[in-house]
Design a protein around this ligand. Structure first.
Ligand SMILES: Cc1ncc(COP(=O)(O)O)c(C=O)c1O
Length: 373
């Protein structure tokens, strides 16, 4: 009886209708929004991953301790480190939170780029630290010299997002290595590689997990929310030396990762074909996005990610509202680049809808007459 229930669980919900429901939304239903706002994987997890999640549901009454240890070991093996060097997070957002609250306090400084992903900054503020935001350079890379000039013994934490969100740009590895050699021994460097898989072919880019250096003060974070298509399941992790990890661990919620994603992650990590497939599709969609942008006289920032940021020569707030009114969600405002919008790359049909809504302004967005003074 129980067996029959399990088999129904693992087969029934994965009907073609369910699999199709991973968007594009608005075109299919006429009311749900086209979501190009959070840099998610629009295709969703593979069938194998979905099946693993359904099978894990039957363990919902148990704390997933063995599964937790299993995933830690699997991640450690993948990155050729010890399990003591792995910290799992409820999304990599939790990693950013524990790093900030463990290391920062009033009187301390937190240094980051501007614009960059804001979660670490938010927790730095909550911890009472002063946030120092250093503008990106002309190539939209981290301005490492300027950042270095702002770091001293009162700076326990700095944040490097590479590739950077929201600009999609890469900071070259050579420059980062030279920078790290000069950072004071009292400063921890959090390197956020949420978009690593999209950048692996980018000249100048190299991950600190794939190409580690001997440095006790580096912590690298990754997420299952992007290439693995599991944003809704909330899983991220970090790798650092055991001494650093043990400073962060007390700030985690006990068993902070659920039983379903613990199983899904194991399957997703092994799905090299699925990863390659999505990265390839994303590159094609991105290429077409640049063609469309160019045809309208727009010059997006070179992107090594699954989103694109571009200057629309018009206040971003108004452009975002225009899209929202037309059922297309695009990225939030980034005040440091206030005429730029960030567009997550969806499926081909969704991008068509994006450009249709863009063009509805009758060419007003980005036209000379509408340019901000
Ligand atoms: C650079 C970066 N880091 C971390 C995160 C947080 O992701 P999650 O908490 O889903 O792992 C995001 C989400 O968009 C991101 O863009």
């Amino acid at each position: 009886m129980a067996g029959a229930a399990v088999s129904a669980l693992t087969t029934l919900p994965l009907s073609p209708e369910v699999l199709r429901s991973f968007g594009p939304m608005a075109k299919a239903t006429g009311d749900l929004p086209v979501r190009l706002d959070s840099n998610e994987n629009p295709y969703g997890p593979s069938r194998k991953v979905l099946e693993s999640m359904l099978s894990a549901v039957t363990t919902a009454n148990r704390y997933p301790r063995p599964e937790y240890r299993g995933l830690v070991q699997r991640i450690a093996a993948m990155h050729r480190v010890q399990p003591e060097q792995v910290l799992l997070g409820c999304g990599s957002s939790e990693i950013l939170r524990v790093a900030a609250v463990a290391l920062l306090s009033p009187g301390k400084k937190f240094v980051q780029a501007s614009p960059t992903f804001e979660t670490a900054e938010r927790y730095a503020q909550l911890a009472g630290a002063a946030v120092i935001s250093v503008p990106l350079d002309r190539e939209f890379a981290h301005d490492l010299d300027s950042m270095l000039s702002r770091i001293d013994v009162t700076t326990p934490l700095i944040y490097i997002c590479n590739p950077n969100n929201p600009t999609g740009s890469v900071t070259p590895r050579g420059a980062l290595d030279a920078f790290l050699a000069q950072v004071p021994a009292t400063t921890t460097v959090l390197i956020d590689e949420a978009y690593h898989h999209f950048a692996s072919q980018e000249p100048g880019y190299a991950s600190f997990l794939d190409h580690p250096i001997e440095n006790d003060r580096i912590i690298v974070s990754r997420t299952f929310s992007k290439v693995y298509g599991l944003a809704g399941m909330r899983l991220g992790y970090a790798i650092a030396k055991p001494a650093l990890i043990s400073r962060f661990r007390p700030y985690l919620t006990p068993i902070n990762v659920n039983a379903v994603v613990l199983r899904a992650a194991l399957v997703a990590m092994d799905d090299a074909e699925g990863i390659e497939d999505y990265v390839g599709k994303n590159a094609m969609i991105r290429h077409e996005f640049f063609n469309q942008a160019e045809a309208r006289g727009l010059k997006p920032i070179h992107s090594s990610t699954n989103f694109v940021m571009m200057d629309v020569h018009h206040p971003a707030k108004q452009v975002i509202e225009h899209f929202q009114q037309n059922n297309v969600w695009i990225g939030r405002e980034f005040p440091a680049l206030d005429t730029y919008i960030r567009v997550s790359l969806g499926k081909a049909e969704e991008m068509k809808e994006f450009w249709r809504v863009y063009d509805m302004q009758g060419g007003k967005i980005g036209s000379n007459e509408a340019r901000k003074g």
